[in-house]
Write a protein that binds this ligand. Sequence first.
Ligand code: GLY
Length: 397
Amino acid sequence: MRVEKSSYFWTPEMGTADRDLSRHQQALDRCVSKLRNTLPVIGLRNPKIGLPDNSWAYCGPYDWVISFHAGQLWLAFSVSGDPVFLNAGRARRAAFRKIAAERSAQDHDLGFQFSLSCVAEWLLTGDREANALALDAAKSLMARYRPEGRYLQAWNAMPVHGGAMQAEFANGRIIADTMQNLGLLYWASAETGRADFREVANGHAETTLAHLVRADDTSFHTFLFDPASGKPLRGETHQGYADDSCWSRGQAWLIHGFAQSALHTGNPHYLDAARRLAAKTLDLMGDDAVPAWDYHVPDRNAAYRDSSAAAVMAAGVYMLADQCEPQEAGHWRAFGDRLIAGLLDTCDLTGDTTALGLLAHGAAHVGSGFADTMLPYGDYYFMEALMRSLGHRQFFW
Ligand code: GLY
């Protein structure tokens, strides 16, 4: 299969300069120290979103965000070997047993939840229960596949534990974020030798590429399908500025997600998707150190930043670089380094002993008033990005 590379995305002279990564190593060391120092304060709770004093509000039992602190602890264990992180990671397994036991609470976020907890624990410790929980989650995730439209259904119409039905969520719907959940399916396929996990992941990735990614390489946040026929209907936003705008974290989820799919399958179409999305984003960012929360807000200079979008994207472009020829790889590493520099220059809380998290200035959901805050997913991907920049290759997706 021949794939034409997009022609506008790199110039040979970019990214070939020697890189001084000492700043990245020092930042990673500070992340690990902060995680160690905050263990007694955070305990077994799982951060959800920052509070104005840079402490955390914590997740309820079924929150999609529940695994990002666990993921940081497992990364810290993998770089330091310090058993305090092993114990803190393991002690969280009970929270994931609870999600496994409550089917009505499960949705497309099972990948985020279980890759960064049980898959991580299995890979780093060989624990059999962690393996079984992750496999069970992969089966539940695969059950959300809608073969008529070849996609994984994102959300549920009925909120867990009561509340009004959200009819719009009953439609067939994919969202950009789901690309991060395919890693659990690829892992389950490799673990069991079953092709169906992988085929479902690929079906979803192809549908995402066909409908969520626009012809100009920007993206919709969500896309709707007729639930009976699977016929594609229209793009819509949920957390972006407008249906036809480009939400920066959604674009970042896609870059990282297609880079993951390429890594697991070797399919050059997925790699080219990651490349095109990243090239478009480089263009959309202009001179910004950290992206605005949406690339199409009317006054981008005055808009909230989203440090989590930068962190997800940095991890994604380093993963993309690892799959490219050296000269192109240099270009994507230079983009990753630029994103890390923006985060270190403007959002770094790793040296601030009063802050429980790593990064300031995340935008969770601007339309609902959640902006300019710490976010545990920004923190997780920041660590992943630092580690990828430094040459680490073992992650949990
Ligand atoms: N997955 C939800 C978000 O990115 O906010």
